[in-house]
Design a protein around this ligand. Sequence first.
Ligand code: NAP
Length: 256
Amino acid sequence: MLTSLKGKSVIVTGGSKGIGRGIATVFARQGAKVTIAARNEADLKAAAAEIEGDVRYAVCDVSDWASVQAMVDGTAEAQGGVDVVCANAGAFPQTKIVEMDPTEWDGVMATNLKSSFLCVKAAIPHFSKAGKGRVVLTSSITGPVTGFPGWSHYGASKAGQLGFLKTAAMELSKYNTTINAVMPGNIYTEGLKDLGQDYLDTMAASIPLKRLGDVEDIGNAALFFASDEAAYITGQQIVVDGGQIIPESLEAMEEI
Ligand code: NAP
């Protein structure tokens, strides 16, 4: 049993859908005050109403500094500070290198990687004031561990988050703040559903636990990193993928 996060002020970017919504649900269930942030206000409003607990929303584009700063400062004002930031929002358009417009590369980097830096930068004054803080990044197995055609930019952004993590862990130690990353495998979300049933079926068949992950599987890992029990863990990452990266070959999967 982890020490409760009751009353803690938590931000979850990309909290209107998918994994972010799962993270928000897990923290709200613990009694935390949660702000979910994304661009589409209608989705945010619906999610904030549907998730049980103390949940508010803020419209924010995580690739834009002014927008992130306003969202983080606004949350601090509304929730009495900022204890935990889950930098989760991300996008994964699938385009092969030969067809990719350079502006698509820049957009994915801004949404997935620059956003991690912006969220941390905006939260530092609040962590400094409180004398403590927690950051949990949502990275991926794609990039740091695996590759998939069409996701060169995505994979680079997700590996980049882990590069950012190491130095950020050192710099944030000054504010008694830890930063860690969750690396999901294939998690059943709206974004993944858009890739089609064939993709979902093939993926489930390649996972030793024989199913896609649930959004709350990632929420639970984020909760651990945010808990008092994880106070001495920083600059680290955990793979949550049902064993997906373990099999050496298709034949290995047939053996189980
Ligand atoms: P999703 O279902 O498509 O949800 C993405 C969320 O991010 C939405 O709330 C979206 O809301 C928000 N978002 C996107 N761009 C944004 C921006 N510029 N500013 C603010 N919010 C933005 O995606 P998901 O599958 O839950 O993925 C969430 C995270 O998990 C991503 O970082 C992704 O890389 C990572 N991940 C997912 C999987 C998986 O299997 N699903 C696996 C590994 C890693 P708006 O569009 O309204 O802004």
